[in-house]
Design a protein around this ligand. Structure first.
Ligand SMILES: CCCCCCCCCCCCC/C=C/C(=O)SCCNC(=O)CCNC(=O)[C@H](O)C(C)(C)COP(=O)(O)OP(=O)(O)OC[C@H]1O[C@@H](n2cnc3c(N)ncnc32)[C@H](O)[C@@H]1OP(=O)(O)O
Length: 357
C-alpha cells in the first residue's frame, strides 16, 4: 500500500510552495512532467518510518524545473508557474486530495500577495537607489583622493628633483639656499598634508589618526616654527637634509596611494613605500632634532615666543624649554610611528603572501 505524507501548499503570482511533513527525509525523488508533480522519499511521516509518495496534477501549466530543499523536519518544494497569475485552486481535479491542506504559515490571498510584491519592488528600488548613492560617494572619494595624492606627488617630486639638480650643478653651495628656493612649495605641500589628518579622522582612508597627527604636527612644527619664524635658520644646511629626507619618502608614498585608488599596485613601488622609511625615518627625525638644537640659542637670544609670567613671579620662560620638551616628544613620536609603520609593513606583506598562496 502506498503511503502519502501530509502536504501543505501556498502560492504567489509566480510560484507554488509545497511543504511535505516528513522528518529526516532521504532518497528524495521529485519531478514535474506534463504539469504533474511526482514525489517519492523515505522518512518519518504520519505512519512512522516508511516510503511515502504522492502525485499532483496542477490546474494550470507549470515549468518542468522544480527545486526542493529538505530540513530535518520537512521537505520544501517550489514549482514555477508557466504564466504569472493567481490560481483558484491547486489541482486539476476539483475535489482536493485528502493529504493536501493550505499552508497557513505562508498563506496569502491575492491582494496580500500583490502587496508583498509591491513591498519587495519598493525594497529593491530603495536598495538600488542607496547602492547608486554609495557608488557615487565611492567615485567622488576616489576622485578626491587621487587628485590629492597627485598634487602632493607633483609637489614633492618638484622639490626632490629641484634639490637633486641643484646639488649636481652647485655642489655644496646648494645646501645653503634650500629654504629660499624650496620653502614655498614645501609650505604648500605641508599645509595641504593636514587633509590627511581629516581623512583619517573621518574614515576617508583606513588608517589611524594619531600616527598621521604626529607626522603632520611634527613636520609643520619644524617647518613653520623652527625654519619659518627664524631667519637665522634659513641658510643652514640642515634645511637641505630635512627637506630632502621628507621628499625622498613622499615620491614613493603618494604614487603608491594613487595606484591604490584604482586597486592597482606595482610591486617594486609597494616594496619601496613600506621599506624606505626604515633608514629615512630615523634620519629625518635626526635631521629635525639637529634643527631644533641649532635653533635653541637663537630663540634664547631673540626671545621670540618667550612666555612672560605675571610680575609677581618676576621671570619669563624661554621658548627653548618648550623645545627641550619637544625633543623628548620627538623620540616618543619616532617610536610610535616607527612601530606603526612596522606593523603596516608586516600587515601589507603578510596579506600579500597569503593572497599569493
Ligand atoms: C598630538 C601631536 C603630538 C605631536 C608630537 C610631535 C612629535 C613629532 C615627532 C615625529 C616627527 C616626525 C616628523 C617626520 C619626519 C619624516 O617624515 S622623516 C622622512 C621619512 N618619513 C616617513 O617615512 C613617514 C612617511 N609618512 C607616513 O608613512 C604616514 O604619514 C604615516 C601616517 C606615518 C603612516 O601612514 P598610514 O596611512 O598609516 O599607512 P599606510 O599603510 O600607507 O596607509 C594605510 C591605508 O590607508 C590608505 N591611505 C592612506 N593615505 C591615503 C591617501 N592619501 N590616499 C589613498 N589611500 C590612503 C592606504 O592605501 C592604506 O590602505 P590599505 O591598502 O587598504 O591598507
Amino acid at each position: 500500500m502506498t503511503l502519502t505524507p501530509l502536504v501543505y501548499w501556498a502560492q504567489r503570482h509566480e510560484d507554488i510552495y509545497l511543504r511535505i511533513e516528513l522528518t529526516d527525509a532521504q532518497n528524495i525523488d521529485v519531478c514535474v512532467h506534463e504539469n504533474v508533480l511526482q514525489f517519492r522519499a523515505q522518512g518519518h511521516g504520519a505512519k512512522g518510518q516508511n516510503e511515502y509518495e504522492f502525485s499532483l496534477e496542477f490546474v494550470l501549466p507549470v515549468k518542468p524545473e522544480v527545486s526542493h530543499k529538505s530540513t530535518q523536519r520537512q521537505v520544501n518544494i517550489t514549482v514555477r508557474k508557466e504564466q504569472r497569475g493567481w490560481w483558484e485552486r491547486l489541482t486539476k481535479q476539483e475535489r482536493k486530495p485528502n493529504f493536501l491542506a493550505p499552508d497557513f504559515d505562508r498563506w496569502l490571498d491575492e491582494s496580500d500577495a500583490e502587496m508583498e510584491i509591491r513591498e519587495k519592488e519598493e525594497k529593491r528600488n530603495r536598495l538600488k537607489a542607496s547602492r547608486h548613492t554609495e557608488d557615487q560617494f565611492v567615485s567622488l572619494k576616489t576622485g578626491f583622493l587621487f587628485m590629492y595624492n597627485l598634487v602632493q606627488f607633483l609637489g614633492f617630486s618638484w622639490i626632490f628633483v629641484n634639490m637633486t639638480v641643484r646639488l649636481f650643478i652647485f655642489g655644496q653651495d646648494s645646501l645653503y639656499d634650500t629654504f629660499h628656493t624650496i620653502s614655498d612649495v614645501m609650505f604648500f605641500c605641508q599645509i595641504l598634508a593636514t587633509v590627511e589628518v581629516l581623512n583619517a579622522a573621518f574614515g576617508v582612508v583606513n588608517t589611524g589618526v594619531f600616527p598621521t597627527l604626529i607626522q603632520v604636527v611634527g613636520r609643520n612644527f619644524i617647518l613653520f616654527i623652527i625654519f619659518g619664524s627664524l631667519e637665522e635658520m634659513h641658510n643652514r644646511p640642515v634645511v637641505f637634509f630635512v627637506f630632502y629626507l621628507w621628499s625622498a619618502i613622499e615620491i614613493f608614498r603618494y604614487p603608491f596611494y594613487m595606484l591604490g585608488c584604482f586597486n592597482t599596485e606595482w610591486k617594486t613601488l609597494t616594496w619601496l613605500r613600506y621599506t624606505i622609511w626604515i633608514p629615512l625615518y630615523p634620519l629625518g627625525v635626526l635631521a629635525e632634532a639637529v634643527a631644533v638644537i641649532q635653533s635653541i640659542p637663537i630663540f634664547d637670544e631673540n626671545k621670540l615666543f618667550t612666555i612672560r609670567l605675571p610680575k609677581a613671579i618676576g621671570t619669563s620662560v624661554s621658548f627653548s624649554y618648550v623645545l627641550c620638551v619637544y625633543l623628548v616628544l620627538m623620540i616618543l613620536g619616532l617610536f610610535i610611528n616607527f612601530r606603526h609603520l612596522y606593523k603596516q609593513r608586516k600587515r601589507r606583506f603578510r596579506t600579500k603572501k597569503r593572497k599569493a598562496n
